[in-house]
Design a protein around this ligand. Structure first.
Ligand code: 9MR
Length: 336
């Protein structure tokens, strides 16, 4: 009986992304959204069966976790972190410093440089300190660059100045010296003014001893925009040469804006997912592949574009899609 239940269990485990990824120490993850996490048992089951890494999609953002100047709200992120650790999954913390999803108490008041510096330092140290030892990697700074390679205007740059980025990394490291610290952005996967500027910043941080471990490539994609995979490999390689990890942190693939039959669009989507994972698996410094959501109906995209879409690995009936199969196959063939 024991033997058969063992066989059955191994069979079930075999058919999951995390099982095939874990054999090689690779991390395959998804972002978690609080409403389905709290209300949808099937959603939680997919999370724990399929992934060995979770990113908290919204509940660690400044406005959510630090809603008033003198109070923090760790309730939902605590539940998700506990769930992850109970199920032997790692967690990516997202995100400490960003221009968006800020609380009103920050947005609608003018602070001096000294005040804002203390606010940011306290925020980072309180949040990172709360999860010390539990969060495997933090997106310390998110989307600080414009596409032309200049720094994005935001309250941090305006009031603290460009040093806010390196200060954030130092403060996060002080609060949890074992957490990996990432800079995360979008449209930075190829070689372009934005990715060059980010690379120069990270290289400079390494030279100066600022604690940065990795760069996240969000990889929000669409079947109507092709990718230059050679350039992505080249970009990942230059990070490897300076001892910096890379991760795919927020991948999804839109299928709207195409006139192809739906089945064909899902095949194109699968192809994009698997080619991107392939680049990561063939790059020795690429340690994780994370999708931005799990089940199509909970994706952020329809709300953002105003059009329905199906950007993820599971459809609205929780069935795995061709994109899932393509990732599974890629993991099976190419992890080492
Ligand atoms: O998916 C997230 C969506 O639910 C939120 O409304 C939005 C604003 O906080 O952020 C979305 O996630 C973003 C992520 O935090 C950073 N990279 C881009 C993601 C998609 O906009």
């Amino acid at each position: 009986m024991f033997f058969f239940s063992f066989l059955y269990k191994s069979f079930l485990e075999k058919n999951s992304l995390r099982k095939v990824a874990s054999e090689d120490g690779f991390l395959v993850g998804a972002s978690v959204s609080s409403i389905p996490f709290l209300e949808d048992e099937k959603y939680r089951k997919i999370l724990k069966d399929e992934f060995n890494l979770l990113t908290i999609e919204n509940d660690m953002k400044f406005a959510k976790i630090h809603p008033q100047r003198d109070s923090y709200n760790f309730v939902i992120p605590d539940l998700i972190v506990e769930f992850a650790l109970e199920n032997d999954m790692k967690v990516r913390g997202h995100t400490l410093v960003w221009h968006a999803t800020l609380p009103d108490w920050l947005t609608y008041k003018n602070y001096s440089k000294e005040e804002l510096t203390i606010i940011l330092k306290n925020h980072i140290q309180e949040v990172v300190g709360h999860y010390r030892g539990k969060i495997y990697a933090w997106d310390v700074v998110n989307e600080a660059y414009n596409d032309d390679g200049t720094l994005r205007e935001n309250i941090w740059l305006k009031t603290i100045g460009p040093a806010y980025i390196e200060l954030a990394f130092k403060w996060a490291h002080e609060a949890d010296p074992n957490a990996l610290l990432f800079y995360n952005d979008y449209s930075n996967e190829g070689i372009n003014p934005k990715s060059n500027a980010i690379f120069e910043m990270v290289k400079n941080f390494k030279n100066k001893g600022i604690p940065v471990n990795g760069v996240g490539f969000q990889m929000h994609s669409s079947i109507t925009y092709s990718k230059n995979y050679e350039k992505i490999i080249e970009n990942f390689k230059r990070y490897r040469n300076i001892g910096v990890d890379v991760q795919i942190t927020e991948m999804d693939v839109k299928v709207q804006h195409s006139h192809a039959p739906y089945d064909r669009r899902l095949e194109q989507q699968a192809d994009m997912y698997s080619k991107t994972l392939n680049v990561c698996l063939l790059s020795s410094n690429c340690s994780a592949f994370v999708t931005w959501g799990v089940v199509d109906k909970y994706s952020w995209i329809p709300g953002f574009t105003g059009q329905k879409d199906a950007p993820l690995l599971f459809d609205n009936q929780y069935r795995s899609k061709p994109s899932y199969d393509a990732l599974y196959k890629e993991l099976e063939e190419n992890s080492n």
